[in-house]
Ligand binder design. Structure first.
Ligand code: SF4
Length: 314
């Protein structure tokens, strides 16, 4: 982390690895999720589109999706290196053969330096990791696995209907670590029922596990979700913007300074949500959070001194 930054931004992390700016190109596959299939109901916040609100149709070949998005990014940013980001739903829920074909197709495209796979903690297994290991060995493509954790509070995980607990997340991290792939954890800091202590504990657990990057989400309420119904019925309420920023600052203060931060607030098209970011744009909120960190003399890792036998150092 550079001295001027109040946190370690993902863009800087990628620049350190690849020596220049690298851009993520989302890929949308025809897959679902074990928590949506078979009547499990899905996570309470998950819309039918998953996270692919602006994604290209899954019927389009992977190489076509990559080409279309890359053209725009190349023109706009003069980019030369890219990450194929299998973003939506649970990509390792695909049959192994299909999964293999899709990631191979992406790795064959020019200037793809990394493959990122989004999945659930209970959908990580040796067979899929072996496919990725073989790909890295043959093509030299880096691998990152993105895992939804959301919170370490297993009572809240149950309320979210996540269908897994903290244990599955820890197991997934240990499996992926054994292959030497990078790990990104997704967290939500303001699910109803969670508080400041949960945000801090989530930062501590991720730091202890040594994940590489974290994507922080402010809870949005997408239309036609279980959460939307609860929100409109008034059976849940969301914390204030000020409280969220307080939790965010605490989360970052306890987070290891080596973990890169991919985002601080969620993003969703306005027309798809009944609530998002307190009606403010994410970049204004980011600026406000950074300003508050400077005012409070807070920075990522300020309180990162609790591991490695902290009590013995007192
Ligand atoms: S794990 Fe992801 S895709 Fe599956 S229901 Fe939850 S949010 Fe949706």
């Amino acid at each position: 982390m550079t001295e001027k930054k109040s946190y370690f931004p993902y863009s800087e992390y990628l620049k350190k690895i690849y020596g220049e700016k690298v851009y993520k190109l989302p890929v949308n596959l025809p897959v679902t999720c074990p928590n949506r299939a078979g009547g499990a109901g899905g996570c309470t916040f998950c819309a039918a589109a998953g996270t692919g609100f602006e994604a290209l149709p899954p019927e389009l070949p992977v190489r076509e999706q990559l080409r279309r998005t890359r053209e725009k990014v190349e023109r706009k940013y003069k980019a030369r290196k890219f990450i194929a980001y299998f973003q939506n739903y649970t990509n390792t829920f695909l049959p192994l053969e299909d999964f293999t074909a899709y990631v191979e197709e992406a790795a064959c495209e020019r200037d793809i330096v990394e493959i990122d796979i989004s999945t659930r903690p209970d959908c990580v297994s040796r067979e899929y990791l072996e496919v990725l290991r073989s790909l890295r060995g043959r093509r030299g493509t880096d691998i990152c696995v993105e895992l939804g954790l959301q919170t370490v509070n297993y009572h809240t995980l149950k309320k979210m209907n996540r269908g897994h607990t903290l244990a599955e997340f820890i197991d997934a991290v240990m499996q992926i670590r054994a292959y030497g792939f990078r790990i990104c954890a997704h967290v939500i800091l303001n699910y109803p029922g969670d508080g400041m202590e949960d945000a801090v504990e989530t930062a501590k657990v991720l730091s202890a596990l040594g994940v590489d990057t974290v994507k922080i989400h402010s809870l949005y309420i997408a239309k036609n979700t279980v959460l939307c119904e609860a929100y409109e019925n008034g059976t849940i309420s969301l914390c204030s913007k000020e409280e969220y920023i307080d939790r965010l600052i605490a989360f970052l203060s306890y987070l290891s300074p080596d973990i890169a931060v991919e985002r601080l607030f969620s993003r969703i098209p306005e027309e798809d949500a009944v609530f998002c970011n307190w009606g403010t744009s994410w970049w204004k909120l980011r600026d406000e959070a950074e300003r508050r960190m400077r005012e409070r003399d807070a920075w990522q890792g300020k309180y990162f001194h609790y591991l490695g036998g902290a009590a013995l150092r007192k």
